[in-house]
Every structure is written in structure tokens, then in C-alpha cells.
Design a protein around this ligand. Sequence first.
Ligand code: SF4
Ligand code: SF4
Length: 493
Amino acid sequence: MVALDISHARRRPLPQADAPVRAPAAPSAPRRKADAPRPGGPVTPQSVKGRFRRIKWTSLAFCLAVYGLLPFLRWDRGPDAPGQAVLFDFVKGRLYVFFIEIWPQELYYLTGLLILASLVLILLNAVAGRVWCGFLCPQTVWTDLFLAVERAIEGDRRERLRKREAGLGPRRIAELAAKHAAWLAIATWTGAGLVLYFGDAPQTLRDLMAGEASALAYAWVAIIAGLTYLLAGFAREQVCTFMCPWPRLQGAIWDPEALTVNYRDYRGEPRGSAKKAEQLRAAGEPAGDCVDCLQCVTVCPIGIDIREGPNFACINCGLCVDACDGVMTKLNRPTGLIAYESWTNIERGRRREPQSRRVIRPKTLGLAAAALALAGGMGVALAQRTAGSLTVLHDRNPTAVRLSDGRVRNGYTLRLVNKDRRARTFAIAVTGGGDVALALIGSQTVEAEGDATVEVRATLTGAGAASGPVVFEARDLSGAARFQAADTFMAAP
Ligand code: SF4
Ligand code: SF4
């Protein structure tokens, strides 16, 4: 059973090296509002500089660029196919992703993709906690963007808090109007950007801007824009803490060996001002490296004081690491008081034991192997796809009828899928079932348009002494493709 000890960083002496390790406490409910200007007020994070902030800016730029530019990327699929690299074509029921084309009856590929994404997410969690949430999740990316706009217009944390308390004046109203206008512009771009994935992007964009797109397209732009404005502008950390299921799952999948953001309390405690720490050290008394400046708390977008211990709401963004490293550098002390470190190593540090990192362990190896096996299996399945398929539906009621001459007849519906771009003609044949004779309703060959599905009615007639398996085969008259489907010829009751 996994349990979090969250009370290790209270203001109290550190355990001695030979002291017994305390029993783990129950996991805490997500803690927040440590830097809120007033109880219940929104978290107002301060800007910070450092390597994790730089990584976050890079990932923000990358994610937004991919989201905005991907629909305009072209991909040559031949003359009669859409030339958009990533396209969800709801009209024809196709999903195009570069060289892959998914038909509605192949949605199991999407199921496989979702399972693969879950495996990768759990693997990431085992390696570095909620690192996906801190750097790549759309909620984080868009909230970071909205916060950057807010800072550019209203100033950094202290200024924003002061202005919020000061009340409204003409300048403040103009600032708020500019901020919300910018937020709405980003939200509208986000909504329009999503719609571009569902039709030819350049044409859809022209239609949207000229007011000539469908009402449905405008409705989706409005829905996504509204959600973006609300979630990134107002809900922010509430989404990461309460609305997203990932923090709820942390209780089950939290891994003490994962490199999560942790406070090295054995080095930082007892905390106190730099001056007081100097006095204590001069007097030969213990003093920690934490100067209680609260920089780690004020930069946290979730409003967590990481010194209180692991917190399920922490998105592992590393901004508190940057803030604390900046403070330590100014104080000429070693950085890494807050760091990506495993909880096991924090406990070892408290016991003054040598530390070790175990990123590669049975759990991570197993998860990586499962993800690779699934990805490989999906790759093989995609490589072996045929350019068509045949399915057979046996008539249910009745399954067989006895004719006046004593013979038995079964009825079937043959569904032939032609995934090729060109029209093809298929000859249908049947094997098995003894002396059964096949008859197609209408023509004896089946014409299938390119990129289309065609259904034909067929009957099998035979002596019907006993039921037996039959195999239908559709053979492309202009090529080598053959598609088969098995069914049964039923004797009359
Ligand atoms: S930023 Fe570092 S020194 Fe300042 S309160 Fe946080 S842990 Fe302590
Ligand atoms: S505690 Fe640190 S790593 Fe966790 S969310 Fe806050 S700033 Fe990010």
C-alpha cells in the first residue's frame, strides 16, 4: 500500500540519524491558497526565471505552433483524396493522419491509441510524476499563455494584488478590458483552430472569416472559445486540482521512486531568516538552508507550499525549483533545496543514508515494454491492412426456407468495402456447403465505386440435408485482391 507522509516539513527539529522512521500518515487532501491575497481569492503566481521556466516557454511555443499550424500541413494522397495531413472528415467518415486513413469500422485503432496514451502517461508518472501536467497538458499551456497576457497588461504578482484591492478606476477598467479582449481573441483563435481539423483548413478559414461557414462551425468555435476563456482565464488551478481525474488517481499510482518535485527538509530545516541562521550557526546550533522567503510559494501556479510535503495537486512544473535555486544562488548556498527527487531519497536523506536513483526498475521496464509491444502490434496491423474487406450478414428471420421443389435457400447481405481510390469490379464466389448454388440479386458481378461501400443481396440454394460452413470470396477482376468472409449454410428446420 502506498501512503504519503506529508507532515515532515513542519517547524520542528529534524529526526536524528538513528531515530526510528515514523509511520506514514494518510495522504492529504490537495492544499492550496497559501499565497492567496485573501481567503478564497484566486492564486496569483509571480513570474520566475530559470531552466524549468525556459523549458515551459519552449514547450508552450511548440504546442501552440503544432496546434495552429498542423491543419495547414499538406499530404499528397493522390488526385481524389484530401490533401490535408491531419483531417477528421465527418462527412465521409474518415480520419486522415499523414499516410494513415482510418475508416469507421477501424475505430479499434483509436481505441489502441488511447490505451497506448494511457500506458505512456502511467510510465511518465512512474518516472517523473505529473510531469505531463506541468509541461504539456493543454490546460497548463493555455493557462500559461493567459497568465503571460495578464502579466504583460496588469504587471507582476504584487502589482496585480495591489490593483485588485484598490478597486475600479478608468485606468483599471481599461486594463481589464484589454486583458479580457486579448483572452477572448486567444480563445476564439483556439476555437477556430480546432474547427480547421474538420475540413480543408485554408478554405474553412476563408469561410469563417467571410461569414460563410456553416452555423455548426460557428457554434463549435463559440463552444471551444467559451471553454478556453473559462478554463484558462478563471478555473486555472481548480481544473488541475479538482476537475481533472489525474490528481484523484495519484493516490493509487503515486510512486515513491518517481522524480517528483520535493523539498529536502533534512537540509532546509529548521528554517529561518538568513541573519538568524548565521547567528545560530555561529553559536554552533543547527540551522537549515531555507530562509522562509516564500518565493517557492508565490511562484506556484497551484498555490502549494511544497515544503509541507508531497501534494497530489502539484503538477511537477518545477517553477518552485527555479525560485528556490535563485534564492540559494543569491545566498551563495548550493542549489537543489527544492528539486526533482524521489521521495525514497528524501527519506534516505532524513536518515543520513546514501542516496540512489532508480528510474530503471521492474515497473518502468514493464510499462515501457507494454507500450512498445502495443505500438509494435498496432504498427504491424496497420502495415497489413488490405485495400478492402468483405462481410456477410445472414438473414435472421427466417434463416432458411424450403422451396416447393424441396431444396433449401438461405439469404445473405454481402457488404463490400472498397478502400481503393479507383472503382473496382468484383466477382463473387462461394466454396463449401456441398452442392449449394450462389445467386446474386441483380448483376453477377459487383461494381464498387472508389472509396465506398456497396451492399448486395445473395442467396445460396442447395439440398440442405445438413447445415455446414461456407466461405464467400470477392475477387477483384482488375487486380489480385481477394477478400473472404465465412458464414454458414443452414438446413431448413
Ligand atoms: S524558496 Fe527556498 S528558501 Fe525560500 S521559502 Fe522556499 S524553500 Fe525556503
Ligand atoms: S509545488 Fe512547485 S512543482 Fe508543484 S505545482 Fe507548485 S510550483 Fe509547480
